[in-house]
Write a protein that binds this ligand. Sequence first.
Ligand code: FES
Length: 161
Amino acid sequence: VPDRDLALTVNGRRRRVRVEDRQLLVDVLRDNLGMTGTHIGCAGGDCGACTVRMDGQITKSCLVLAASAEGADITTIEGYSPRGTLDHVQQAFWDLDAFQCGFCLPGHLFAVRDLLDRDPDPGEDDIREALRGNLCRCTGYVNLVAAAGEAARREREDQER
Ligand code: FES
């Protein structure tokens, strides 16, 4: 039974939804707001498929009670690239075949974006550490790590122009 009004901003748009106290943020994003690019893999905080950005922090939305997101500013994968063009992370993932089925992709993009925003020149260890919370069952991580490094290189090149 719906029992609480929740006001939050999702991908730059103020939204108000009626949610149950026990509902998880990932379910509200998917079921109430139609943001089905936020995936559910493990539902237990291990796989990263449900990653969103919440108030600037990458967050596993399966671990967040929706009620605690009152007033939060959330970006889902649908809002990752607001101008509708690929950023360097997305483009490098595409160019280097860094994903196969794509189920884990939203989480990996957010993880790499977050890393490059903090560190424009990460080493391979930094990239692997940043991707630690995101599981991929297809690729074996080699192309993921290479794509993250390539995205960083392209962004630095852009900065130098
Ligand atoms: Fe949230 Fe796996 S579904 S971490």
